[in-house]
Write a protein that binds this ligand. Structure first.
Ligand code: FPP
Length: 274
């Protein structure tokens, strides 16, 4: 995939083309994280069952993954199922899991073709064994992908992730050979699900809610947040472009001052040594 392919898909003279042209390739976010919200409301507006909203959300997932890969974004993380979502009716959960399996099976070829690396973050062992098997196969088959890293958050909770990382860091520090080490941000980050990945630069939330909903709590410390009223099933390439254009207009200071030799990211931890 390339930006040229992307350009080729966009009608000349359209708003999308103008947004694409206005993007500065050197200031693209490395990591975009998305809270996909509003499937239920989308269905309700059409007097459809809630699960039809989730089904309609699949096209938005497909288009967003493709656009992110074409725009050379390094990491895309989609929040598909939180630990709190286990409280939903059994039927809805089962449909979501079926949709997930169908999505992975249908998109595997595309992911391989475009060298997308598929990855699950969250408590994968809490999912149905058949779903786990399907996800594991997709992760194994795409493991050598050097294009977009596509994280999908499933049975995910930010506080749980931090708690698990703290416990793992504690076990690590208790080993005799690590007695001289101290707990710091780099060490703790290395035990998160996203270890070795850049933190999100941009967090998008659809459907207008102003919440972070226990998503990537550690990693979004310095993320720019962009909320759109668009409901997830209606989210399209042009909405992603709009978010990217808005992101590039923001001034990122990471707690410092403007014109101090440029911003530096304080918490990015790439391939930390344990
Ligand atoms: C939030 O909408 C969305 C979810 C809990 C699930 C997200 C799932 C999908 C987009 C489809 C499946 C995804 C993949 C990757 C196969 P909501 O139900 O909370 O909406 P509401 O707030 O309007 O009720």
């Amino acid at each position: 995939m390339s930006k040229a392919d992307f350009k080729g898909q966009i009608p000349e003279g359209s708003t999308e083309a103008a947004m694409l042209a206005s993007l500065d390739e050197n200031r693209m976010p490395r990591h975009v994280a998305i809270i996909m919200d509003g499937n239920g409301r989308w269905a309700r507006q059409r007097r459809l069952p809630r699960v039809d909203g989730h089904r309609a959300g699949i096209s938005a997932v497909r288009e967003t993954v493709e656009a992110a890969a074409q725009l050379d974004i390094e990491v895309l993380t989609l929040y598909a199922f939180s630990r709190e979502n286990w409280k939903r009716p059994k039927d809805e959960i089962e449909t979501l899991m079926e949709l997930l399996k169908e999505f992975v099976a249908a998109e595997l070829g595309t992911m391989l073709k475009h060298r997308i690396r598929f990855n699950v973050i969250g408590r994968i062992h809490e999912l149905d064994p058949m779903v786990q098997k399907c996800l594991q196969e997709a992760m194994t088959l795409t493991a050598t992908g050097d294009g977009l890293l596509f994280n999908i958050a499933l049975s995910y909770g930010g506080r749980t992730e931090i708690t698990e990382a703290a416990a793992a860091a504690h076990r690590f520090l208790c080993r005799p050979e690590n007695q001289h080490r101290e707990l710091d941000e780099t060490l703790l980050s290395s035990f998160l699900y996203t270890s070795g990945q850049p933190d999100p630069d941009l967090l998008i939330r659809t459907s207008g809610e102003m919440r972070v909903s226990n998503f990537l709590l550690w990693q979004i410390a310095y993320a720019e947040i962009w909320v759109t009223e668009v409901l997830w099933p209606d989210f399209r390439r042009c909405d992603l472009l709009e978010a990217l254009v808005a992101f590039q207009k923001r001034e990122r200071r990471y707690g410092g001052l403007e014109n101090e030799g440029g911003p530096s990211r304080p918490t990015d931890v790439l391939a930390p040594s344990r």
